[in-house]
Design a protein around this ligand. Structure first.
Ligand SMILES: NC(=O)c1ccc[n+]([C@@H]2O[C@H](COP(=O)([O-])OP(=O)(O)OC[C@H]3O[C@@H](n4cnc5c(N)ncnc54)[C@H](OP(=O)(O)O)[C@@H]3O)[C@@H](O)[C@H]2O)c1
Length: 287
């Protein structure tokens, strides 16, 4: 088995490479310069060189706000780029696993989104990722698409690391109450990707326990105190999203249902709180 991981310098790609190393699974992760998703001939060259059994697309244009003013770029990388890679996988007879997002949904639901629920993205990033799903399945109907949400625990900035910094540096922070989702530890997602290597179709993966961003911030603070980390912040103020106008609108409820993942793998995603505790211990051990 030989995995080609795109986006190897990104949050998920990096952790997935480390996990492959630990498990003795062969992998290659050429840089964006060597394998730009928007350059089909560069992708073919890499495929000939690597001869992968599986191609895992962790690369994407992930700047949700930036995508509003750079829609063309977001579509070129996220949608056309994903199709280029799916076609490359088909050419070389490799399986194709593509990572997608909860932002393909409009957030108007009140119960968790199933894999076959209607996708109506409400921002440019979500639209580019939804287009990607359609192009990928059109180019490679046996592909596996893993939708996930609210990643944390890598080396790049994410919501939890931003809250953690805010709690350490500020007396007071404001956090929105009207966005609810399922945080996902990037290490758990990397394990899930390996569990789904030979699966076809769309599968959701996220850690368990829907939570609002506000409650998540409160729980981050509790966990920091529990682990004896310094906390400067004395007040986490609940606010509505309209108080924080961002370029891109976020879905207010993007909770993914993960029963299909459990049916396929026999595994239950663990609670995000447990995963967050592990992440904080890891941060303490390495800082
Ligand atoms: N982060 C989240 O909360 C979240 C939530 C749901 C779904 N997802 C999805 O999960 C996947 C992984 O996300 P992530 O957070 O790990 O992303 P990330 O940290 O932003 O990393 C993205 C990677 O893609 C690479 N890349 C960008 N444009 C490229 C191009 N044209 N050709 C080749 N590589 C390119 C980047 O290269 P450079 O290192 O050179 O910039 C980077 O290594 C993405 O599909 C994302 O949409 C993420």
């Amino acid at each position: 088995m030989k995995l080609w991981i795109t986006g190897g310098q990104g949050m998920l790609g990096k952790v997935l490479q480390q996990l492959c190393e630990q498990k003795g699974i062969g992998s290659a992760a050429p840089s964006r310069n060597e394998a730009d998703l928007t350059n089909p001939s560069a992708l073919s060259k890499q495929a000939e060189r690597i001869r992968p059994t599986h191609i895992i697309n962790c690369a994407a244009y992930t700047d949700v706000d930036g995508a509003e003013n750079n829609e063309e770029k977001a579509f070129a990388i996220n949608a056309e780029g994903a199709r280029n890679l799916a076609l490359t996988a088909r050419e070389v007879g490799a399986k194709f696993i593509h990572i997608s997002t909860d932002y393909v949904f409009d957030g108007l639901a009140t119960t968790p989104y199933q894999e076959d629920d209607l996708c109506v993205p409400i921002n440019a990033y979500g639209k580019s990722k939804w287009e990607a799903e359609k192009l990928v399945l059109d180019a490679f109907p046996q592909a596996c698409i893993i939708r996930t949400s609210w990643l944390f625990g890598g080396q790049r900035k994410d919501f939890i690391s931003s809250v953690l910094n805010g709690l350490q540096e500020k007396e007071r922070i404001q956090v929105v109450t009207d966005q609810c989702g399922r945080p996902t530890y990037v290490h758990d997602l990397a394990h899930a990707v390996l569990d789904l290597l030979d699966v076809e179709g769309i599968v959701h993966f996220a850690n368990s326990g829907p939570v609002s961003r506000f409650q998540l911030a409160m729980d981050v603070k509790d966990e920091m105190l529990k682990q004896g980390k310094s906390v400067k912040c004395t007040e986490i103020e609940p606010v509505l999203s309209q108080k924080f106008p961002t370029q891109a609108q976020r879905p207010s409820y993007s909770v993914l249902a993960t029963e299909k993942f459990t049916q396929i793998t026999g595994k239950q995603p663990r609670p995000w709180k447990e995963a967050m505790g592990e992440y904080f211990e890891h941060v303490s051990a390495t800082s």
